[in-house]
Design a binder for this molecule. Structure first.
Ligand SMILES: [Zn+2]
Length: 119
């Protein structure tokens, strides 16, 4: 994957994360004040799941949004570690079509299908 492509997905992921947080801020005053007090951390950090602000945010999120946020965070971490776009199961590259649909995908379609059959 080229740097340009990685940059493209990174922007998608950051936008997606912003959407998730925005919804939360709109519906929750305590989150808004947390972010106001500590917006620097939330906006800048990639792997801040251990950070208190992030931890508090996760606590009040719905499970579904929690999972999305964590998936996005971990995709951003993989971008940083330069392992983004590779299947965590078999190591092959995840196809562009799949990443366009789900930028935080961790597995190629073959491995995902195998998982689903096993379930
Ligand atoms: Zn795979």
């Amino acid at each position: 994957m080229t740097d340009d492509q990685i940059q493209y997905y990174k922007e998608l992921l950051l936008k997606e994360r912003e959407e998730l947080l925005k919804e939360l801020v709109e519906n929750n005053d305590s989150v808004r004040s947390m972010l106001d007090n500590d917006s620097h951390n939330v906006n800048d950090s990639v792997d801040e799941a251990s950070n208190t602000v992030m931890q508090n945010i996760l606590n009040i999120m719905s499970t579904k949004n929690q999972q999305s946020l964590l998936a996005i965070e971990s995709a951003l971490r993989r971008i940083k570690e330069k392992s983004f776009g590779k299947c965590i199961s078999c190591g092959n590259e995840i196809t562009k079509n799949r990443l366009d649909a789900i930028p935080w995908a961790t597995k190629c379609i073959e491995c995902k299908n195998k998982d689903e059959k096993r379930r």
